[in-house]
Design a protein around this ligand. Structure first.
Ligand code: NDP
Length: 596
């Protein structure tokens, strides 16, 4: 483990500290999140779904149901599945996509795969009886699993696909949500569940000249296989005579670049900040291991993964992968003594030094290898694990164009400019990520209106206010599943599954107990935010030294952005709080009205 590897540190700690500071300062920008553009600034018809049959029509639906769920990704699906298990059948699920899957519907870029082991990531494996074929399942298998889950819980009959919510308004008299959509539907419901996704609103770098590019371009979450040829698992045969540029080297790019490198005549990788890339060692699933599994195995594994990556140091490591190795000690934790603080910093330095040393051992060109080395603390960015990414840079057709933290300078009609040099490209791919810290209603694409027609964006003008990230005052019977004051973990599906169970259970209890409306008190929201803030402040020292990115609000942040943050304490604590609250059965912190 990390502590035994002290010899790995090559620069002195003081030199590393200095280097990290320089790298952060290079990247800090006044405009923070405003440096990014929305996709529609560049692409027409960006919301057009490249995967669904075009020209789909259906009759408008007018219906009264118990629950409308917005979002057919894992959050929405798991809520619906749990509602079904709780005996609540009257459900509608709305999604703009053409099927279930959320992230896994949209992200079909080549090489896309689960970055957390699939035995812990894919939910409800014991209930569906499905076993992933590989430790890190690829995107098509995960998407197919979403369809299997939807079939198992009979969710298709509730689905309204290729449909976007236009408005959701609380009727103060009828005590119903009125939801209208782009297909002319009018649904009324007692409960509105918004499971709008975490990483679904793609963003583009606001690079000078981006709108002038005359070649072909697209964002990774709208992969254009008609242009590239091939498919998520097939060789992209139409790129063999193309000069392709990709902007961004985050977790998405790390998976896509090896596939582009195989196919493109020439690949130019434009890098602002390198990712930390560890060993993946993917394996096909061992049937003997499957035969040995005992009931309860999946929750045990999910808990074990999370325990390993938050520094709980469980006695058994069921997962045996790079996540647990890197994060065995929580180097972000506030230290009680100066000695402990120094020790945590040293462990972080050593872990990252191992990542840097690995690069030097794989990438032949010393200048390229040096540029690929990440100089920041281990949890400043999402850790990546991949066995083909670094070797891609040894191929003669692949060039790393490092921007030394400055980012791409300009885009011209024919190419990309870095340091005054233009690199002509036929195709430009934006691996520039998603909005995470922007306003929630903006990301949702609609602005729910609660008591007296007040919009969520107005109610949250000074930042979000919630209880558990689930309920918000002024919006009765609205329940949310998101990272805004909600749970978070390296394995996103761990808190999402727990929150979906919670939301379904709260709704079912309301039905059972003739509860008409629930709405949090101002005091409960205030207390919850204090908990959010206390946990966030514990990470202050760590985040302040990080290079900018979505995990630290691009290196900035104020009280308003703190209010948009997730519960950064131990994921187990978040889940236990929900469970404890349910076990109490008192609906504590909620104002409850009952039907006569
Ligand atoms: P990221 O936000 O992580 O990466 C965006 C990339 O674009 C960064 O490398 C960023 O550089 C770069 N960039 C932005 N602006 C410019 C510019 N002007 N010039 C050059 N480069 C620029 O997005 P991803 O889509 O890669 O990943 C988002 C998240 O999605 C991950 O953190 C992860 O949580 C999730 N994910 C999960 C996967 C899985 O489970 N399989 C796979 C992929 C993603 P900089 O770092 O300097 O800002």
């Amino acid at each position: 483990m990390a502590q035994d590897d002290a010899h790995a540190v090559q620069l002195s700690e003081e030199q590393l500290r200095h280097r990290y500071r320089i790298e952060r300062e290079k990247r800090l920008r006044q405009d923070g999140m405003n440096q990014y553009l929305e996709l529609d600034a560049v692409f027409k018809d960006i919301d057009a779904d490249p995967y669904a049959e075009p020209g789909f029509t259906r009759d408008s639906i007018a219906q009264d149901v118990e629950v409308v769920i917005v979002g057919g990704g894992f959050g929405g699906m798991l809520t619906a599945a749990n509602l079904r298990k709780e005996g609540v059948d009257s459900i509608r699920i709305i999604d703009k996509a053409g099927d279930f899957g959320g992230t896994w519907y949209w992200n079909r870029y080549p090489g896309a795969a689960c970055d957390v082991e699939s035995y812990s990531y894919l939910p409800m494996l014991e209930e569906t009886g499905y076993i992933p074929t590989e430790k890190y399942a690829k995107a098509p298998e995960i998407f197919a699993y979403c369809q299997l889950l939807a079939t198992k819980f009979d969710l298709y009959r509730a689905a309204m696909f290729q449909t976007e919510v236009e408005d959701a308004v609380w009727d103060d008299v009828a005590h119903r949500w009125i939801v209208t959509t782009t297909r002319g539907d009018r649904l009324t419901s007692r409960f509105l569940v918004v499971a709008g996704g975490v990483l679904h609103k793609a963003k583009l770098p606001g690079i000078t000249g981006i709108t002038t590019f005359r070649g072909h371009s697209f964002h990774t979450s709208r992969w254009d296989y008609a242009y590239t040829g091939g498919g998520p698992l097939q060789f992209m045969d139409k790129l063999t005579d193309k000069r392709v540029g990709i902007i961004g080297t985050g977790a998405t790019a790390v998976q896509a670049i090896p596939k582009l490198a195989e196919a493109a005549q020439e690949l130019l990788v434009f890098q602002r900040t390198p990712s930390s890339v560890g060993v993946r060692n993917n394996q096909t699933t061992d049937p003997q291991w499957v035969a040995s599994l005992k009931p309860g195995w999946q929750q045990e594994r999910i808990d074990n993964f999370t325990a390993l990556v938050i520094g709980d140091q469980p006695e058994v490591d069921l997962i045996q992968d790079g996540w647990g190795e890197m994060l065995f000690v929580d180097t972000r934790a506030p230290a009680a003594t100066k000695e402990r603080e120094a020790e945590l910093e040293r462990i972080d330095f050593e872990n990252m030094e191992r990542v840097r040393t690995r690069i030097a051992g794989i990438v032949h060109d010393p200048k390229t290898a040096e540029s690929l080395k990440p100089y920041y603390n281990q949890l400043c960015k999402r850790l990546c694990f991949h066995d083909e990414y670094l070797p891609s840079f040894n191929r003669p057709n692949v060039t790393l164009v490092d921007t030394d933290g400055k980012g791409v300078e300009a885009i011209t009609p024919t190419g990309v400019v870095v340091d005054g040099v233009e690199y002509p490209v036929d195709c430009l791919i934006y691996a520039s990520g998603f909005e995470v810290t922007t306003d929630y209603a903006h990301r949702l694409g609609f602005d729910p209106r609660g008591h007296e027609g007040v919009a969520l964006s107005e109610a949250w003008a000074d930042g979000p206010s919630t209880l558990f990230g689930v309920h918000t005052r002024g919006f009765p019977n609205l329940l949310m599943i998101s990272t805004v004051q909600g749970g978070q973990a390296i394995n996103f599906l761990h808190p999402i599954s727990a929150t979906a169970r919670h939301v379904a259970n709260v709704i079912a209890r309301c039905e059972e107990q003739n509860i008409d409306t629930i709405e949090p008190t101002a005091e409960a929201e205030h207390e919850w935010f204090n908990i959010i803030l206390t946990n966030l402040m514990k990470l202050g020292r760590y985040n302040e030294t990080c290079t900018p990115g979505y995990l630290n609000n691009e290196g900035g942040g104020d009280m308003r952005s703190a209010r948009s943050g997730a519960y950064m304490g131990r994921p187990f604590e978040y889940i236990e709080r929900l469970e404890q609250w349910r076990a109490d059965g008192k609906f504590e912190g909620l104002e409850v009205t009952r039907s006569l």
